[in-house]
Ligand binder design. Sequence first.
Ligand code: 5GP
Ligand code: ZN
Length: 136
Amino acid sequence: MGVPNEQGCIFCSIVRKDSPAALVHEDQETLAFLDLFPLTRGHLLVVPRRHVDRLTDLPEGEYPGLLRAVSAVCRKVERLSTHYNVSMNQGALAGQIVFHLHVHVIPRYEGDNAFGRRPRERLSETEAAALLKELG
Ligand code: 5GP
Ligand code: ZN
């Protein structure tokens, strides 16, 4: 750690536990939590603890840890749906808003219109609690 950008980074703040998040997975190198403005029910983010903007900035030695965490989170998401997207937005033009590397795991449901144009509702505390139970 120690990249200049980590100051003011919301995901670093979640990693430090300075900001709240509904955590579903935690290990030495990574953290996974519910997206605050989910595209579908159970939309999750997997982040390395280390602050880097994007995958190509992550030391290669940390690739396996990240992929292992993504897989563990996918296994949990399969309790909600066996259909899901695993994706990364790299760069503003690709839709990246938070410049701390993260992998989206987005459960898919029949007719969910996940990537359609519509306002994204903020995750409620009640829904987050229900999801944490279901995800185990
Ligand atoms: P990006 O567009 O950068 O790939 O995705 C960033 C994601 O982070 C978005 O889906 C957005 O809803 C989510 N997000 C932004 N701020 C917060 C936050 O403070 N907490 C959580 N849990 N998710 C956030
Ligand atoms: Zn960060």
